[in-house]
Design a protein around this ligand. Structure first.
Ligand SMILES: [Zn+2]
Length: 309
């Protein structure tokens, strides 16, 4: 059976697996290296290790945008420490197999379609609430890719026209600048200043502590997460109004580790912002491996007849 290597290059972790069209055979995870040369070497080393004695057909590299998929380059992702990474050229030379680059969330939504909750559906959106915020959309059974492969970069849509917080991409007011794992504490500082006129008390000073307090019923953290949910609902409503999906699944560490605290406030506020009929909204059953499954689906094609690449 045809075997491939799939890689999920995230801001925090690199995940690499050997896979067939039926799923993952074996996988490995490491903290993401921060400089360009070390990151490329890391991916090559892990791909070589995971392949063992097998000779894989190709490597599918899924990475957060923005990308230039035609040139095979990672351009300037806000949450990776390095930029302009010629990943396809380097890895194909190094591993001597074809290498393809895809946006991680565009791959992930294919994972949901093939291996997750979207099997019988033609209109699905996946949203990751992780270090950053990203999205992927299948509309009328077509995966949306865009001119450079950066379609559905939903985290960089504006949800605060006043632009109070600056995003990692350099622009102001983007959804990711408020509700992503990397920026949630910046939003908490802003929220404390605006609503309480004081700096953030020490007991709230990490994402983990904030959610732990919310889970134990702490009123202030619940009040703040209600506001986070309102902003998430604006982002999700924009998706619903633009793509009219039947299903939206949420993933990424923030959503996977705090299911109720993330999804409940979104559902509460959503009706204030939507025009189209409400779709099903759920946490992905594929967990942190959804992008790896997506990369598998990306290679083997989502119609069984037509390959995406
Ligand atoms: Zn941005």
């Amino acid at each position: 059976m045809e075997k491939i290597v799939v890689a999920d290059i995230g801001a925090s972790n690199v995940r690499i697996a050997l896979a067939t069209k039926d799923g993952i055979l074996r996988k490995i995870k490491e903290k993401t290296k921060s400089d360009r040369a070390s990151l490329l070497k890391q991916i090559a080393r892990l791909a070589d290790f995971i392949s063992g004695d097998e000779k894989p057909e190709c490597l599918i590299a899924a990475c957060a945008g923005n990308l230039d998929v035609k040139k095979g380059k990672i351009v300037s992702p806000p949450n990776l420490a390095c930029k302009r990474i010629p990943i396809v050229k380097y890895l194909s030379k190094c591993l001597n197999i074809p290498v393809y680059l895809v946006n991680d969330c565009n791959a992930a939504v294919l994972g949901e379609k093939f291996f997750g909750m979207g099997k019988d559906l033609e209109n699905i959106v996946y949203v990751t609430l992780s270090t950053g915020i990203g999205g992927g959309a299948i509309v009328n059974n077509n995966l949306l890719l865009g001119k450079d492969g950066n379609a559905t970069e939903i985290g960089h849509t504006t949800i605060d026209e006043r632009g109070r917080l600056k995003c990692g991409c350099g622009k102001r007011g983007h959804w990711e600048a408020y509700c992503s794992g990397k920026n949630l504490m910046h939003f908490l500082e802003l929220w404390f200043r605006e609503n309480r006129g004081v700096p953030v008390p020490a007991k709230y000073k990490s994402v983990e502590k904030l959610f732990l307090l919310a889970k134990s019923g702490d009123k202030i953290s619940l009040e703040f997460l209600n506001e986070v949910g309102r902003l998430n609902a604006i982002g999700i409503a924009n998706i619903i109004n633009v793509f009219d999906p039947e299903l939206i699944t949420l993933g990424g560490a923030l959503a996977l580790n705090n299911k109720e605290q993330i999804i409940h406030p979104i559902k509460k506020h959503l009706r204030n912002y939507i025009f189209n009929r409400v779709p099903r909204i759920a946490i992905t059953p594929l967990g942190e491996d959804i992008t790896l499954y997506g990369a598998i689906a990306y290679y083997f094609g989502f119609s069984n007849k037509k390959r995406v690449i």
